[in-house]
Design a protein around this ligand. Structure first.
Ligand code: NOJ
Length: 575
């Protein structure tokens, strides 16, 4: 494959749907597959090409479906396998592809495989998960096999009374890690989680926590980086283990290569560009592209995510430049995104969600994202400029296991110190995963038109739904929604520049504006964004040629103005 080879998953824009929160068709307060089907023409009209559906599989829902109890069944409140088949066919008949979430680092503890595995040390499936005997401390105290901390707080090991061993769970205790060292387990994963759905016509997968399958031999202790507690962050040990590349190659060779698929892997804790490239070179097919998380990790605490530290615009610019440029001259491909179901809303995080600025901010971010190289991912609600939950919501309004467990453990560890509680709460208000999981805001009727349930949705509806919703934006020519549509179509019209072009940032230490160039052959575009509420001087970068305004997010701008309004964005074509 050559650098510029065009395949559908490069030029296509992906729209991510979180089934719990998209559209409830039954009135039970929870989104469902028929609800998504009822919105398929809205999705088509937006101008996206690929839908990524977050987990809709059978699950006890400790982690919103990322704890799967049966890969070949659908969570009953979401619908049935037949409903997903209908969704596949309704997408395909409109020229939209559908990819599913592939969660195969772990299953639910309610999966039949784990239920068998935990019955006895002699069970044939014992070795399908990662079981280890206890260690014993000085006074004969039972301790987990190592000091790894789970992503959802506490130890990554759970003691099993019945069989007197611990099992590993990098996420919740209800999400035991599969043992990828066992080839029989791998084959079962390929058959049940992957090929079952490929045979039904899905077009690929977003691959969950894709770099954690291969654990380091001996499962060594992590270094102490958070003194005072036993459990330590250990991602440097369990991410990118020794057999990772081999496993992914095998997955392609045995299953994926038989179909015309795309894969996008979730690649956390991998800051090294050379290492990322090892996963995505097209001549050694492992993954077609990955999500590298520097942009959404901005401001997160170093040891604990929910200890927000803030960031500067120059930090954002540096990570964008790094990950926009790293594929240059290689046969690899990349992604562009700033939202998903694990992140706060981009308007609230990177620009301003104040009522007077939020629409302009949402459009500026749309303009910036649509000019970026790689496959573009848009998260449900991003297209109407949805914002984070209001700051006066209490911890009881949040539902996510990650935020709640962290809040409880940090508050307990501090002896209930109000300053700690406040700081954790402030961090959750910015970074909490629930912001993205609030019900989709369809219209100004009760519960934002998401559900007809009299008691509302499974998760509190945003207080601002009357001013931010699809219905009010559909026919308003200058709405955020219509701006997204325009940008998505410009991205297609100028795909050489925007999707495939090279990237170069200017004035990278400027903390107020972000100016970058995209280039492809002789064609050039300059993108300018003011990340402040104040007017900023705009000096054209030293690029030869005539600047012609392609689009601005401010009405009436002709491009000659040397002052940028608050949160103004412009794209120029340079001839
Ligand atoms: C990443 C997913 O995006 C997140 O929502 C989930 O909690 C973990 N992986 C565990 O599957």
């Amino acid at each position: 494959m050559t650098v510029t080879e065009r395949v559908w998953w490069k030029d296509g824009t992906v729209y991510q749907i979180y089934p719990a929160s998209y559209k409830d068709s039954t009135g039970d307060g929870l989104g469902d597959i028929p609800g998504i089907i009822s919105k398929i023409d809205y999705i088509k009209d937006l101008g996206v090409d690929i839908v990524w559906l977050s987990p809709m599989y059978e699950s006890p829902q400790y982690d919103m479906g990322y704890d799967i109890s049966n890969y070949e069944a659908v969570h009953a409140p979401y619908g049935t396998v037949a409903d997903v088949e209908a969704l596949i066919s309704d997408c395909h008949s409109r020229g939209i592809r559908l990819i599913l979430d592939l969660v195969i680092n772990h299953t639910s503890d309610q999966h039949a495989w784990f239920k068998e595995s935990r019955t006895s040390k002699m069970n044939a499936k014992r070795d399908w998960y990662i079981w280890r005997p206890a260690r014993y401390g000085a006074e004969g105290r039972r301790m987990p096999p190592n000091n790894w901390r789970s992503f959802f707080s506490g130890s990554a090991w759970q003691w099993d009374e019945e069989t007197q061993e611990y099992y590993l769970h990098l996420f919740a205790e209800q999400q035991p890690d599969l043992n990828w060292e066992n080839p029989v387990t791998r084959k079962a994963i390929y058959d049940s989680a992957i090929e079952f759905w490929l045979k039904k016509g899905v077009d690929g997968f977003r691959v969950d926590t894709v770099n954690m399958y291969s654990k380091p031999p001996g499962l060594p202790d992590a270094p102490i980086s958070d003194p005072g507690v036993f459990e330590q962050p250990a991602s440097m040990l369990f991410c990118n283990g020794p057999r990772m590349h081999e496993f992914l190659r095998e997955m392609n060779q045995l299953v994926l290569n038989k179909y015309d698929t795309m894969t996008v892997g979730e690649l956390p804790h991998t800051p090294d560009t050379a290492h990322v490239l090892r996963y995505i070179g097209s001549n050694d097919r492992q993954l077609d592209m990955v999500f590298q998380f520097d942009i959404v990790d901005l401001g997160q605490g170093k040891t604990n995510k929910y200890q927000f530290e803030g960031y500067a615009l120059s930090d954002l610019k540096a990570v964008v430049e790094k990950w926009q440029s790293f594929i240059a001259g290689t046969d690899a491909w990349t992604t562009a995104f700033c939202e998903n179901h694990d992140q706060g809303r981009s308007v609230s995080r990177y620009a301003s969600d104040l009522p007077q600025w939020r629409e302009r901010s949402a459009k500026m971010l749309a303009l910036m994202m649509c000019a970026m190289t790689g496959t573009l991912f848009v998260y449900q609600g991003q297209e109407i400029g949805m914002i984070n939950a209001p700051k006066d919501w209490s911890i009881e309004d949040y539902k996510d296991i990650e935020s709640i467990n962290y809040y409880n453990s940090a508050v307990a560890r501090s002896g209930n110190d109000p300053a700690v509680r406040d700081h954790v709460m402030k961090s959750i208000q910015i970074l909490g995963r629930d912001h993205a999981r609030l019900p989709m805001q369809w219209d100004a009727t009760a519960y934002s038109g998401f559900t007809t349930n009299k008691n509302g949705a499974w998760m509190r509806t945003h207080d601002e739904y009357k001013s931010i919703n699809v219905a009010s934006q559909l026919n308003k020519s200058d709405s955020v929604l219509n701006f997204w549509k325009k940008m998505l179509s410009l991205r297609k019209e100028y795909k050489d520049l925007f999707i495939h072009g090279s990237f170069k940032g200017f004035d990278m230490t400027n903390e107020k504006t972000f100016v970058f160039a995209k280039a492809f052959g002789k064609d050039k575009a300059i993108v300018v964004c003011n990340f402040t509420a104040e007017e900023q001087k705009f000096e054209r970068p030293g690029v030869n040629g005539k600047f012609e305004l392609l689009i601005s997010n401010v009405e009436g701008v002709d491009g000659t103005e040397s002052v940028l309004k608050g949160y103004e964005g412009r794209v120029y074509l340079v001839n």
